[in-house]
Ligand binder design. Sequence first.
Ligand SMILES: NC(=O)c1ccc[n+]([C@@H]2O[C@H](COP(=O)([O-])OP(=O)(O)OC[C@H]3O[C@@H](n4cnc5c(N)ncnc54)[C@H](O)[C@@H]3O)[C@@H](O)[C@H]2O)c1
Length: 278
Amino acid sequence: MSVGWMDGYSTLITGGGTGIGRAVAERFLAEGASVTVFGRRQEQLDEVVNAAAQPERVHTVVGDVRDSDRLHTAVTETVERFGKLDTLVANAGVWDYQRPLTRLAAKELDATFNELFSINVKGYLLSAEAAWQELVKTRGSIVMTLSNASFYVNGGGPLYTASKHACLGLMKELAYELAPKVRVNGVACGGMNTDLRGPESLDLAERSISASFAKKGPATPPPLIPLHDSSTDPRDFTASYVLLAARDQSGPITGQAISVDGGIGVRGFARAAGGDDL
Ligand SMILES: NC(=O)c1ccc[n+]([C@@H]2O[C@H](COP(=O)([O-])OP(=O)(O)OC[C@H]3O[C@@H](n4cnc5c(N)ncnc54)[C@H](O)[C@@H]3O)[C@@H](O)[C@H]2O)c1
């Protein structure tokens, strides 16, 4: 039997029932880990168990990342069931559908700031608070889902972009504070075809980013990034999570973000890719 990069690891993934969280859960399982998936809807979490070749390696905990008690329960149950905690993936989040400042009334701005920041930023912080003591015991690590919006404009509106920049800062600060025992890194994902939703306060909780991918059609390449044929399937974004979680592979890496975004940082001015004619 081949040995994966995360053989025997015990992991906890927030927002693990759908999208990149679920793809990471399935990849971690394939790499030999056990996984606790934490999310708001039991039926989504159950799908991860039902799809697993070895369902006994999956545990589910329903909860909201704004609720510290549920996150502590998730850590406790993970340790009870799998004996320890090696990896926390802080991932649950919502998008603002690029709503610009000029289309946000003061009241909406107030409510949506509180909702979006409490999920995207406070949720990561509360998850880290619940997990760090167990991670110290295993010399484990935290991997945060970051975004192109952690570095560049227009991946969201001001609220989402500010929240993902805040997560980048949080990742770096925790990398300092938890060193040398716990490493903290991030994966800055570009556009993925997932079930990413909007804030309830903007009436966007039922809207899914997958609808915009369906409109474009699977054959339409994203023209604005250098790697035009870059995948938007979340499964193709998971290898960096494995690399950063696996202490034998990335032991000296902390405080870093790997951008998995088709090369946004090397985009040209006249055209995105310099080698279109090659
Ligand atoms: N889809 C993209 O294009 C994209 C790009 C870059 C970064 N991201 C980031 O990826 C992460 C995962 O999003 P996704 O694209 O997989 O979308 P998704 O909606 O499929 O996954 C997010 C998960 O988080 C859960 N969640 C949301 N709010 C929660 C809360 N308060 N408590 C507990 N769970 C909650 C959702 O139920 C869902 O299961 C987010 O942090 C998002 O900002 C997404």
